[in-house]
Design a protein around this ligand. Sequence first.
Ligand code: ADP
Length: 396
Amino acid sequence: MAKIIAVNAGSSSLKFQLFEMDNEEVITSGVIERIGFDDAIFTIKYQDQKNKEILPIKDHQAAADLLLDTLIKKHIVSSLDEIKGVGHRVVQGGSYFDSSKIMDDYVVSKIDELKVLAPLHNPHHLTGYYAFKKAIPNAGAVAVFDTAFHQTLEKRCYIYPIPYKYYEENMVRKYGAHGTSHFYVSHRAIELMGNPEHSKVIVAHLGNGASLTAVKDGISVNTSMGFTPLAGIMMGTRSGDVDPSVIDYLVENIGLTMPEVIHMLNKESGLLGISGVSSDFRDVQQAALQGHERAKLALDIFFRRVIAYIGRYFIALGGIDAICFTAGIGENSAYARKEICDLLTEALGVEIDQEANENGQGDRLISTPNSKVKIFVIYTNEELVIARDTKKLLNL
Ligand code: ADP
């Protein structure tokens, strides 16, 4: 009985899911938030119960120790030796990694080197790695990279049209993100289509962070995020694509500093920036229903930026067999799916089955038999991919 824990360590949080790998069952899951504060929040779900505790947690080591102690105290595991592997989500694997890897010295050194590309993520993934290594030294550790699935992009898709030396000397290129989700969802769609030899799939991962990927025969051929997750479609608080001259204009003429502009583009833009209401899709939708003009505009721009990428990828793929909706908005909002699909009807012959869209459950087809493109709702499961890769690489 191999148990594997999938870990997502952020700057002040640590999300986890513990799997029993024999049947891929989630035994427990949860999150520790506000690490470093006296009022950190530890939420753990176990056997249909949800426990929430507020307590001081000084650092990631304390968070990992608390989590593992709790697993013992609640008899979720009888000994920590039952946990044979720890799978770590790693946001940035650069050009080094096209698949998950056992975290040996080389892998750790590259994750460290790549912190210049992901300063808000990679250092914290390593902090999480060291914390678990110390707490359960006998468990193997595997890094699962958000960028790995997109390493199949051809050069003509990942090189920016700026002087080539910045790619050669400074690692500037498109890397993409959400790769684990795009991999899982596209492969699930291919499975639901009966595993055809050839397939052209677009995955719309629409959460607070959002991206689209074009997947041909199971391989990522293009994706909307870029050098960082700031690029692509509009998101909860991120702008997505804007003319870079806006940055220069705001710095030179309006007096913002560069860090202020970057903060604005990452944290104050998107749904929040346009609506002025919220970054949360549900709040913006609610305001729009009540007639809030900027909330309506925010949703309109969000939908149009999604279909713009679908149009691009339709051309790039030479057609589309399926479009998959996933993540918080994609999985839960029948309204968002309908608005996006309605905008595709005239050009692509998309037709939605309202009943399946609004009242269906789980992974499902929501297009009619007449629709020229199949439309799927698929529940993403990045943690399961992390656990599966960890099991495979550690030979468990
Ligand atoms: P992330 O993982 O990027 O933080 P999620 O995938 O959890 O984000 O998605 C969060 C988004 O999903 C929020 O904008 C939220 O409003 C939206 N969302 C969640 N549930 C619903 C729902 N029932 N209807 C509409 N939007 C929803």
